[in-house]
Design a protein around this ligand. Structure first.
Ligand code: PGA
Length: 243
């Protein structure tokens, strides 16, 4: 596991975009998993800037990390729509290059459908992830096994609380969703975890310092052969000197 310390959020975003751009240049048809949330928004802006400067994204394929279950098409809380709006439309990427969950899909089958689509697409080249305040990855909450296929996940009260900042109040947050499972993410050829802000310092220190705490999903960075963390100074504050 490689921990890269960025000076601040702007620096984290530039470094993350350079990392993603290297992947795209080395394999123009890469299948990238991208998260939503506040952390990746700077990365998205930088990627759009790189594409305007000539980075060729015309063959890149994308998969969503997760989305809420049970929401109707057009729902303002759609995580897929968030990714489309903030990144894919500005990059000129259409639905034909996006693998997404159907929020109204069968809760027992939708995860397997997504995993099959990812296998057919040749597997994930790079999974970019954010870090939940409770150590979750996507909607893989603490205690999720590392071989978990993609599935219908029930959100913990802590995740409902943290997601409420996106939608107004806890009552506005759907109670469950579809997520790429830890097993699906672990099979990605490379793995990039982005961590920003003082409110993530405690959980990052736990993740970095406790490789054996495998009930924390993000600890998987220690158990993946090509995992990188990019964290800003505020997030690194309790993690000691980065390697
Ligand atoms: P954030 O969310 O990027 O908005 O902090 C990360 C997460 O909860 O997975």
């Amino acid at each position: 596991m490689n921990l890269i310390a960025a000076a601040d959020y702007a620096d984290l975003s530039v470094r993350a975009a350079a990392f993603v751009a290297r992947q795209i240049r080395s394999k123009p048809s890469s299948l990238l998993v991208l998260p939503t949330g506040n952390t990746p928004l700077g990365l998205f802006r930088e990627m759009i800037g790189l594409a305007r400067q000539g980075l060729d994204v015309s063959a890149v394929r994308f998969a969503v990390l997760d989305d809420y279950a049970g929401i109707e098409p057009g729902d303002r809380r759609s995580l897929t729509a968030w990714l489309v709006r903030e990144l894919l439309t500005p990059l000129g990427v259409g639905q034909d290059r996006l693998l997404a969950f159907d929020p109204l899909g069968d809760s027992a089958k939708e995860g397997a459908r997504m995993d099959a689509a990812i296998r057919t697409a040749g597997g994930i080249d790079l999974a970019v992830l954010g870090l939940g305040p409770n150590g979750h990855l996507g909607m893989n909450e603490p205690g999720t096994p590392y071989d978990q296929p993609s599935f219908h996940a029930v959100l913990t009260p802590e995740t409902i609380r943290s997601n409420s900042v996106y939608w107004g109040s806890e009552a506005d947050v759907p109670r469950s969703g579809f997520t790429l499972g830890l097993g699906t993410l672990r099979a990605a050829r490379s793995f990039l975890l982005l961590v920003s802000g003082a409110h993530k310092a405690e959980i990052l220190a736990r993740v970095v310092g406790h490789p054996d705490e495998i009930e924390l999903p993000a600890v998987m960075v220690h158990h993946h052969p090509a995992a990188t963390i990019i964290a800003d100074a505020a997030a690194c504050a309790k993690s000691g000197r980065p390697a």
